[in-house]
Design a binder for this molecule. Structure first.
Ligand code: SF4
Length: 281
């Protein structure tokens, strides 16, 4: 007699991107509203347009790195044409032949790393690896004045961390470079951040703390508890002009919209960031 066994497949891991980490670190309640409750206002037409232009520029860079013709993409949009001409003039060798024959070069390269029951996910706009590994990211907005926020942003930290953990490259042989178009005076500009063992250790410690907290908050959330606000954790809200959180403290009755828990986390497509506009760093 044969017995039928039910499938014993583990639950899929929740995918965590740099956007999730940055939002969670800034304000856990904001994370809940954006990724779990979907309470974000609809994207404006201006945001949609800038997302579309940004996507076209990324597609162009991907085509070029694959050695495919790009003229039809460039000619279809005067904005893209201008950025492209400026970018080529500033970095003529970047996507062409830098790194030599044996270098690994790939656009839209995705890597994943399992950590504390989550799946950390990164997608590099472009990666060039030979004796060193260089990660590149294209931003279609002007370069920020100070590199400090960019260096401390989870995109910089997570991208370097995952590469060090999933490849043979030691941290001090990894770097992350952001290119910004449009730049100043029609010249794209960049910031580069070398990685180190010290930063790697700090990133591991901070990821461990943040993901452990997320486990805890998700567990509470499944029991109708809201995530804490930045104001509750630090005494101030840095995102509100008033400096005061507009939501109720823990323990008070949350509004009706937050009390409806009619989905499971597994069913929630919280990893789809395509519909969420990129926030300039
Ligand atoms: S108002 Fe500020 S503290 Fe309150 S949820 Fe929003 S970001 Fe967080």
């Amino acid at each position: 007699m044969s017995e039928t066994l039910s499938e014993n497949r583990p639950a899929p891991l929740l995918r965590i991107s740099q956007r999730h980490l940055e939002t969670l670190q800034t304000c856990p309640r904001q994370f809940q509203h954006v990724f779990l409750d979907r309470l974000e206002p609809p994207i404006s037409s201006q945001q949609q347009e800038s997302m579309a232009v940004g996507s076209r520029f990324h597609l162009l860079m991907q085509q070029r790195s694959l050695g495919l013709p790009v003229e039809s993409l460039v000619d279809a949009d005067p904005q893209i044409r201008q950025w492209w001409d400026e970018f080529l003039a500033a970095t003529p060798e970047l996507l062409a032949s830098q790194g030599g024959e044996l270098a690994f070069r790939q656009a839209e390269h995705e890597r994943t790393l399992e950590m504390l029951g989550f799946l950390l996910v990164v997608r590099y706009d472009f990666i060039l690896a030979d004796d060193r590994a260089q990660i590149f990211d294209w931003k279609t907005y002007p370069r920020p004045r100070s590199p400090q926020n960019l260096e401390n942003h989870w995109q910089t930290r997570l991208y370097s961390y995952v590469l060090a953990e999933t490849s043979d490259y030691e941290p001090d042989r990894i770097s992350m470079t952001y290119w910004f178009v449009p730049g100043e005076d029609n010249c794209p500009q960049s910031y580069s951040f070398p990685y180190s063992q010290q930063q790697h250790d700090r990133n591991r410690a901070d990821l461990t703390r943040l993901l452990s907290q997320l486990h805890h908050w998700l567990s509470d959330y499944s029991c109708d508890q809201v995530f804490p606000t930045q104001q509750e954790l630090t005494g101030v809200c840095t995102l509100c002009p008033s400096g005061n959180c507009r939501y109720l403290p823990q323990g008070d009755t949350p509004p009706e919209s937050l009390r409806k828990r009619d989905f499971s986390l597994e069913e929630t497509d919280w990893s789809n960031l395509d519909r969420i506009p990129e926030i300039p760093i």
